[in-house]
Design a protein around this ligand. Structure first.
Ligand code: COA
Length: 156
């Protein structure tokens, strides 16, 4: 597997990947109306334009992706996703490593991400990668949903 920067021609495949990957969130929350599934192509394209996105490729296929964007003046890791049929092979871990290298190279000493409290598998992955929960709040859009901010100090 190879992790490379996304190119402009990847946008359609990345949108499809997001729709497929984030069905898991619909299952966790019992509704298809989760932000990553509700996001329409125009909004996806705008967010993509503001982000640095890395893709994991197997041959010509994109099997995973992650984006980095400045959020509240801090680098934020967003939309980490792996195609459903290639999970559990270290694709997301490799993408996180590449995203963190990029953030470090931009001169930042820490990184954050936001995850739903109910997404226990994702939280375990982030904890294994060295992230700690630093804040907890109820989503303003979905009051039943508790969100966690997880942060990691980046060395060197
Ligand atoms: C969360 C998600 C990105 C993880 O993708 P993944 O590629 O399966 O992740 P990894 O393979 O790196 O890690 C998953 C598990 O596989 C294990 N694993 C298996 N082989 C591995 C390898 N060769 N290298 C590293 N880890 C490996 C890891 O230990 C990890 O176990 P853990 O859950 O106990 O920590 C994926 O499930 C997904 O797309 N979910 C839907 C979208 C989503 O929820 N995104 C996150 C939003 S916050």
């Amino acid at each position: 597997m190879e992790v490379v920067l996304a190119s402009s021609g990847d946008i359609g495949e990345l949108f499809s990947l997001q729709r497929a990957a984030f069905l898991d969130e619909a299952v966790i929350y019992g509704t298809p109306h989760v932000p990553a599934l509700d996001e329409q192509f125009d909004a996806f394209e705008s967010r993509h334009a503001e982000s640095t996105t890395f893709t994991c490729r197997e041959g010509t296929r994109i099997v995973g992706a992650v984006s980095v964007r400045q959020y509240e003046e801090r680098p934020d890791i967003e939309r980490l996703m792996t195609v459903p049929d290639r999970r559990g092979h270290g694709i997301a871990s490799g993408l996180m490593d590449r995203a963190e290298q990029f953030i470090r190279s931009e001169g930042h000493g820490s990184v954050q991400l936001i995850v739903g409290e109910l997404a226990t598998d994702n939280r375990r992955l982030y904890e294994r990668l060295g992230y700690e929960t630093t804040e907890r709040w109820h989503s303003p859009d979905f009051p039943d949903v508790v969100l966690l901010r997880m942060t990691k100090q980046l060395s060197g």
